[in-house]
Design a protein around this ligand. Structure first.
Ligand code: CO
Length: 304
């Protein structure tokens, strides 16, 4: 009996000292936590191996601009994440997964930068995740977490983007021999869809005669529609078109809905039926060097 009591007392004392050590360790952890910076880049994702280059190009631009900061990537599309895991064994985290891991690895200043074009539903979802982490106090929260802007969030972003598109496409010779460029954006029922009209406005205001009035923007899932673009084209003398995605990645929509040769509903087929000569240019915006620079600028605005 007496022996058991002594054993119990020793055990209690031992456990108490363990708890003490753990507490000290947590305090040390808090001190160590100061200033470990990380950048989390967030893309919708793509399951097409040949299209990932656009995302990789933005990731490597961020890595070379911030060589001393850890740069990570998350995908928002669960369908794409699951497909990648199942078919190719590639695991890419969701934004909350990536952030939870960064918290566990004691990052203290985290900058979340989306690769999204407009602040639509995807951006709202991401914002709610960042807001949730920002509201978490104590050891599971970050001392600092901030969310960057998508490519187009106001009128001046549209002007900037119009200039980039014009320079890039002209540089690729896409307006030669009286051609016009038709861009396909994604489109959404979200009110941020208005950004595409603002973007078309900025494109229409381009003053360089080589590109002025020669870039048209429609969306695959909302307005402006294919018919809107066709109606605008019919007011011109253009007979030859270059079809390009207005999306970060030239993935499924670009290859099928825009340029699918076997799909009678693709824009390529529909324009051909209307008598236009068409040439697809399946390069995602992420692969435009000036877009990569703009992306880095967005992160710089966030980090400063
Ligand atoms: Co889509």
């Amino acid at each position: 009996m007496f022996k058991n009591c002594v054993f119990a007392a020793v055990l209690v004392a031992f456990l108490a000292s363990c708890a003490g050590a753990a507490e000290v360790a947590e305090k040390v952890e808090k001190v160590e936590k100061v200033e470990k910076k990380g950048i989390l880049l967030v893309a919708f994702g793509t399951s097409m191996p040949e299209a990932t280059g656009a995302i990789e190009s933005l990731v490597s631009a961020a890595k070379s601009a911030f060589p001393d900061t850890e740069v990570r990537l998350a995908y928002t599309s669960n369908i794409i994440r699951r497909k990648l895991k199942k078919e190719r064994g590639i695991e890419i985290p969701t934004p909350p997964e990536a952030l939870a891991r960064m918290n566990d690895e004691r990052f203290s200043r985290v900058y979340v930068q989306p690769m999204h074009v407009i602040p639509g539903e995807e951006y709202d979802d991401l914002k709610s995740v960042v807001d949730a982490f920002a509201s978490m106090k104590g050891k599971y929260g970050f001392p600092h977490i901030a969310l960057g802007q998508p490519f187009l969030s106001n009128e001046s972003d549209c002007e900037l983007m119009a200039g980039i598109l014009a320079r890039h496409l002209a540089g690729q010779g896409k307006f030669e021999s009286n051609k016009a460029v038709v861009l396909m954006g994604h489109g959404t029922p979200h009110m941020a869809n208005a950004m595409y009209s603002a973007m078309q406005g900025a494109l229409s205001r381009l003053s360089d005669p080589a590109v002025s009035g020669r870039i048209f923007l429609g969306t695959v899932e909302s307005t402006p529609t294919f018919d809107d673009v066709l109606a605008a084209l019919k007011k011109t003398r253009v007979k030859s078109l270059v079809l390009a995605p207005f999306m970060i990645v030239a993935g499924d929509h670009a290859n099928n809905d825009l340029a699918g040769a076997d799909d009678p509903e693709s824009w390529l087929s529909l324009f051909k039926k209307e008598g236009y000569e068409v040439e697809p240019y399946l390069v995602g915006l992420g692969q435009y060097p000036e877009i990569a620079k703009l992306f880095v600028k967005r992160i710089e605005e966030l980090v400063e």
